[in-house]
Design a protein around this ligand. Structure first.
Ligand code: SAH
Length: 394
């Protein structure tokens, strides 16, 4: 079926629709889904910022490059899928609309192997068992595939044979990692990784640069839309080649490195040590010399920068869904960059933070929504240009 046809059609509801919650916004056509998201952003940013039409995907299916599934049992059968919303009951599907299809096929094999190797699945109530989750990441441009097996112990009996059987069924897998998570609770990954096969990370190409992505590092889940989103973010920064740029909440350094070619100097700030390690390797691999990374809380780091009398011409900020905290926003006011480019995956927290900035002399000029999480309900990424009003210092 051609792409336009797929967009106009209401997607066939999968067998677990309404239970898994992954695509709870799929009960309408794609253009309707886009309109709903655009309207949501318009209503939240009313009186704060003009909103441009949303950018959707030509083919909004199977876009997720990261798939996380949990293991469970039903009547002795091994299950692997997503938790039913609000519970820890595993809902299984072989025909997910939004996940990368390579990941779905690997998950089907894992179910079979777990059964034949008699690997005990972790039971949250008793705390017994080994295997908890699997996370599969695929490089959209490179085709590299990483399988992360999340287990409760460094001791994983028959891991060599298990890995060999997995690779035999899926030669497309480029690395397999054992991640150890022995803590109760809902965090998927623990902090320790042991490489079972390959390099222990995948690489992907985004906006012409190559990135290494380790199991614990953040990477946008929709590569196609991320290129469009970053392109707009760089355009809104209006760089001329001389600017001092801060990339706050930089992850593996993607936004800062995309900007570095048109800037004087870039400083990336990120809390997660593994992401900072990836960012430094990425800068070297891409031959970018005018960027450096600081492992710190973005707000505290920027307070220290302001106290040291440092300045910034452009501040990119891309916080988690909960948005920024007041320490961060106040430190931004002290650094007083003429231009802020705010990238957000949480429209509610974006509205809150833009209101705060507006009270302190920063005007949100334009918001551009992007559909990075197609078929979800209310999940939408935005990039906003924010400028400092002339002479209004806080
Ligand atoms: N800009 C990156 C990452 C965005 S996700 C990209 O586009 O890929 C948000 C990032 O903020 C994550 O990498 C997370 O580890 C980091 N983070 C969360 N809280 C933080 C804080 N207080 N200070 C600095 N970084 C933080």
């Amino acid at each position: 079926m051609n792409t336009a046809g797929r967009r106009e059609r209401t997607p066939a509801r999968c067998a677990v629709a309404g239970r898994c919650g992954g695509c709870s916004g799929a009960d309408c056509t794609y253009p309707e889904s886009l309109k709903k998201k655009e309207n949501l952003v318009r209503s939240l940013l009313k009186g704060i910022c003009p909103v441009h039409p949303i950018t959707g995907m030509a083919d909004p299916f199977h876009y997720r490059n990261k798939v996380t599934a949990s293991f469970g049992y039903r009547g002795g059968e091994v299950l692997c899928g997503i938790y039913e919303e609000g519970t820890h009951r595993v809902v299984q599907t072989d025909s997910c609309l939004i996940e990368d299809e390579r990941a779905q096929s690997i998950i089907a094999t894992l179910r079979r192997l777990v059964k034949s190797f008699k690997i005990r699945i972790y039971d949250e109530d008793s705390g017994y068992g080994l295997l908890r989750h699997v996370q599969i990441r695929t490089g959209h441009a490179t085709g590299q595939v990483m399988v992360v097996l999340v287990v409760t112990s460094p001791v994983f009996p028959s891991k060599k044979n298990f890995t060999a059987a997995l690779l035999k069924a899926h030669p497309e897998i480029t690395t397999v990692v054992q991640n150890i998570n022995d803590r109760p609770g809902s965090f998927v990954l623990g902090n320790r990784n042991q490489v079972l096969y390959g390099k222990g990370f995948i690489e992907d190409r985004l906006c012409g640069l190559t990135y290494r992505i380790s199991p614990n590092s953040f990477y946008q889940v929709n590569s196609v839309q991320t290129e469009a989103l970053y392109g707009k973010a760089i355009e809104l920064a209006a760089l001329t080649g001389r600017e001092r740029v801060i990339d706050a909440y930089c992850g593996i350094g993607t936004i800062g490195m995309t900007a570095a070619g048109s800037a004087g100097e870039v400083v990336g700030i990120e809390l997660n040590p593994e992401a900072v390690r990836d960012a430094r390797v990425n800068a070297r691999r891409n031959g970018i010399a005018n960027i450096r990374f600081i492992e710190a809380d973005a707000g505290k780091c920027m307070v220290a920068m302001a106290e040291a009398g440092e300045r910034a011409d452009v501040l990119f900020m891309d916080p988690p869904r909960s948005g920024s905290d007041e320490i961060f926003l106040r430190s931004a006011l002290r650094l007083a960059p003429p231009r802020i480019v705010y990238i957000s995956c949480g429209p509610e927290s974006l509205a809150r933070d833009l209101k705060f900035l507006a009270k302190h002399g920063y005007r949100a000029e334009a918001c551009f929504p992007f559909d990075c999480f197609c078929w979800t309900e209310g999940h939408v990424e935005n990039v906003v240009a924010v400028v400092k009003e002339n002479g209004n210092r806080s």
